[in-house]
Write a protein that binds this ligand. Sequence first.
Ligand code: HEC
Length: 244
Amino acid sequence: MSDEQHTKDNDEQELHDALMREQDEPSNGSSPVPIFILFLFAALCFWGGVYLIQYGGHFHKDAYTFDYNPYAEVAVVQVSLFDRGAKVYNAQCSACHQATGLGIAGAFPPLAGSEWVTNHQESLARILINGLNGPIEVAGKQYNGNMPAFGPNGLNLKPLEIAGVLTYIRQSWGNQASDVTEATMITYMDQYGSRGTPWTAEEVVVDLSAEPVSAAPAAEPVPVEAPAAEPVPADAPTEVAAAH
Ligand code: HEC
C-alpha cells in the first residue's frame, strides 16, 4: 500500500468519524412523535384501564387493605331479635318496668318472673299492641295502673320492634320462653291493630288462638353431647387388682 493511498484512507476515516459524531443541526419547530410511541402510549392506557377495573375495587375505601376481595359478597349485618329488642326495651319500657325488669313496687309490675310475659304470645301481643289497664295480679302482687299501647293507635312501633322487645323480655332476667317472630307479630297486628281500647287482665287471656311455634330460648345453650363413656363390664378387674 503506497503512502499516498494510506493518507487518503486515513482522511476518509476521519471524515466518517466526524459524520458519525455529528447530529442534525438543532432547528426551530416541532418534530412529529414517532408513531410507535403513540401506539405504546395507547396500549398503556388500555392496560391501565383494564387493571383498574379488575383490581380497583370500584374505588371503595376498603380496597386499600391488603386482604380486600372486590368479589366478596357484602355481609349483611344480622341483628338478632333479642339484641334489637334490648334497644327497644331501654328506649320504651325501662322507664316504668326498670332495666332490671323488676318494675316499681305498687306502681309498675315486674316483667322478670311474670307469668304474663312467659305464657301465651297472643296475650302478650295484645297487651303491647293495645295497652292494659285495671287490676292485675303479677307474681303474686296486685297492681292497678295504665300500660300504654305500642300498636298503630299508640306509640306505633313496627311489628319487628315489638317482636324484638317481646323476645327480649321473654328471655331476660331468668325468663325462659320462645322467641316471638316478626311474622307472628304481623299476624297479631293485623288482628288487633285497629282496636282502640286497652285490654283488661281478664279479657287478655280469653279467645286465644293456637300459639305459634318458634325457636326455643336462645339463652339456653345447646348442650354439647359428651362422648359416651366406655361401658365398664360388671366383672371387670379393678385398678388395684389389675396392677398386680
Ligand atoms: C308508662 C309506664 C309503662 C311503660 C312505658 C311500659 N309499661 Fe308495661 N305496664 C305498665 C303498667 C302500669 C302495667 C300494669 C297495667 C295494669 O295495672 O293493668 C304494665 C303491664 C305490663 C305487662 C303485663 C304485666 C306484667 O308485668 O307482666 C307487660 C308484659 C308489660 N307491661 C310490658 C311492657 C313492655 C314490653 C313495655 C315497652 C315496650 C312496657 N310494658 C312499657 C306500665 C308501663
